[in-house]
Design a protein around this ligand. Structure first.
Ligand code: T5A
Length: 227
């Protein structure tokens, strides 16, 4: 059995976490997953996130995101902390889950580093690609769902929720560069990154995601014909 890595990406407040939860719940009760499990093609579904998917990652997430932190995290340090979180997460959880045949739903992955630390902070994209390679040992997403939303609209949604975290506090021009980063990545990786208009109702977005996933599952796991 070989699992698949399905990643949710996008700017702050684009609705990734909401959609990941909806897809997780839908998959768990879906006929298609039951059939794949019965045919021993898929073990089950797992959900996780970056940063913060492991015990070490929880500490790194706190350092990276707490609104008022005493560390004055510098861009290169920020990049390496995200990479450290990812390296731990991939080796401790994601790779073993994939090898055991799980569908893994992950809130953010390598494209976030390219978009935020590369396009947003202005760090060298080629170096970030190399660092992503080190942190993942070459493991890549099988499908990336990019929830496409205007950066300002996303930030307004998060502000309605309360106190902004350290990255959300960056100015709008930073978040616009991040948005351009995701757009550039999607343009260069049309095969794996699927753009989804995120300025619609949660139900409409969820329905589109389910259709994309159903198409991907039937490509990845052609079910044997009944005898
Ligand atoms: N980061 C991360 C890097 O800089 N580099 C990296 O390498 C990585 C991995 C992670 C932070 O770290 C940065 C990026 C981030 O700043 P996070 O918690 O993953 O933190 O990221 P956020 O984007 O901040 O997560 P949020 O929870 O804030 O946003 P989501 O997950 O996109 O959105 P969600 O689902 O929580 O929804 C936000 C709000 O909008 C509402 C929800 O109810 C909620 O209130 N909402 C909608 N409103 C209207 N219409 C819809 N369709 C809606 N869907 C959701």
């Amino acid at each position: 059995m070989q699992g698949k890595l399905i990643v949710f990406e996008g700017v702050e407040g684009c609705g990734k976490t909401t959609q990941l939860e909806l897809l997780f719940n839908w998959l768990q009760s879906s006929l298609v997953l039951q059939k794949l499990k019965a045919a021993s093609l898929v073990a089950d579904v797992k959900k996780t996130r970056q940063p913060g998917g492991t015990e070490l990652g929880v500490h790194l997430r706190q350092i990276l995101l707490q609104p008022q932190n005493q560390y004055q995290v510098q861009p290169a340090a920020e990049l390496l902390l995200y990479a450290a979180d990812r390296a731990q997460h991939v080796e401790q959880l994601i790779r073993p889950w994939l090898e055991a045949g799980y569908l893994v739903l992950c809130d953010r992955f390598t494209d976030s580093t390219l978009a935020y630390q590369g396009y947003g902070r202005g760090l060298d994209l080629a170096l970030i690609e190399q660092l992503n390679q080190i942190a993942t040992s070459g493991l890549k997403s099988d499908l990336t769902l990019w929830l496409k939303l205007d950066a300002k609209v996303g930030l307004e949604r998060t502000h309605e929720r309360g106190l902004a975290d350290r990255i959300e506090q960056a100015d709008l021009s930073f978040h616009r560069r991040v948005q351009q980063g995701f757009a550039a990545l999607a343009q260069n990786n049309t095969h794996t990154i699927k753009p989804i208009a995120a300025d619609r109702t949660q139900a409409a977005i969820a329905q589109q995601i389910q259709s994309i996933l159903q198409a991907s599952l039937s490509q990845w796991y052609p079910l044997p014909l009944p005898p």
